[in-house]
Design a binder for this molecule. Structure first.
Ligand SMILES: C[S@@+](CC[C@H](N)C(=O)[O-])C[C@H]1O[C@@H](n2cnc3c(N)ncnc32)[C@H](O)[C@@H]1O
Length: 271
């Protein structure tokens, strides 16, 4: 496929008219029309934004096969653990709400280098965890082996992975901003359907605030994510019992430059 066909197909798949796409890019619809007819090409400086709006990589936009290396593969390709080894505080919330009196089944979505999955496994949970990053999974498996615990690590993509077993606890930290808006309801419904009675879903998601700047280590691919609105994640769980719903702003130093994030956190129980 040539670039014009790719733009036209993706635009239609997303339900955008040429006018809508043009408005999102701040250009005229005639420009979009010319690209799609292959009578001109998008300006090279527009490619990151165009790829982000069309929810594809620049490689795919230009008709190249997807690279196997994700941005996270690059970040994780170091001796050190990019996110450190200290478990997320939400792991302690899991232990408070569902103490491991029996081996509760946990799914960690977007487990990265596995620090939380391994921590939970060390504390007696029966943990499965997935991510799209091969390098993250490789390091996660090494960590589990070092800590002498079993975790079922596997590669899957949150955007199209359909759960085939039920869990007591479904946990995800720092991942749901990769979930395009049009997929959210279907993905979350699938998680809810595969949560055991009295089980919990515990999810945090970055939300965009006009007074907080984008993080400096944000990769181009991360622009693909649709922004989550304040409180949006809570609405998907309106029919469950809220154990926690909170919005918080915190400082972060990932990538070496201090910055801030705003995050919504939900702990909802299937009641
Ligand atoms: C900010 S990191 C968080 C990692 C881990 N949850 C933690 O807190 O240490 C985001 C993770 O989401 C993963 N990820 C991104 N898109 C994904 C997708 N569509 N499906 C599964 N994992 C994804 C990345 O590879 C990365 O490891």
């Amino acid at each position: 496929m040539n670039i014009g066909e790719i733009i036209s197909n993706k635009r239609k798949e997303l339900g955008f008219t040429q006018q809508v796409l043009a408005e999102k890019l701040n250009i005229s619809f005639q420009s979009v029309s010319k690209w799609e007819n292959n009578s001109s090409y998008p300006d090279i400086l527009l490619l990151p934004r165009l790829a982000a709006v069309l929810e594809i990589s620049i490689d795919s936009l230009l008709g190249y096969p997807p690279r196997s290396l994700t941005d996270y593969d690059k970040r994780y390709n170091t001796e050190n653990y990019y996110w450190g080894l200290i478990p997320n505080t939400l792991c302690y919330e899991i232990m408070r709400l569902k103490p491991p009196a029996k081996p509760f089944k946990v799914l960690d979505i977007g487990c990265g280098e596995g620090k939380d999955a391994v921590f939970l496994a060390r504390n007696g949970y029966n943990v499965a965890a997935f991510d799209v990053s091969d390098k993250g999974l490789e390091k996660a498996k090494e960590l589990a082996a070092k800590c002498n615990v079993n975790v079922d690590f596997f590669k899957a993509d949150l955007r199209d992975y359909k759960l085939d077993t039920d869990y007591d606890i479904i946990f995800s930290s720092g991942v749901f901003h990769y979930l395009p808006r049009r997929l959210r309801e279907g993905v979350i419904d699938n998680l809810k359907a595969h949560t055991n009675p009295n089980g919990i879903n515990i999810i945090n998601v970055f939300v965009k605030k006009p007074f907080i700047q984008l993080p400096p280590d944000l990769e181009v691919s991360e622009l693909n994510a649709d922004d989550w609105k304040s409180g949006e994640i809570f609405t998907y769980y309106h029919d469950w019992l809220f154990q926690k719903c909170e919005e918080t702003i915190f400082k972060c130093n990932s990538g070496g430059t201090p910055h801030k994030h705003c995050m919504d956190i939900i702990i909802a129980e299937k009641n």
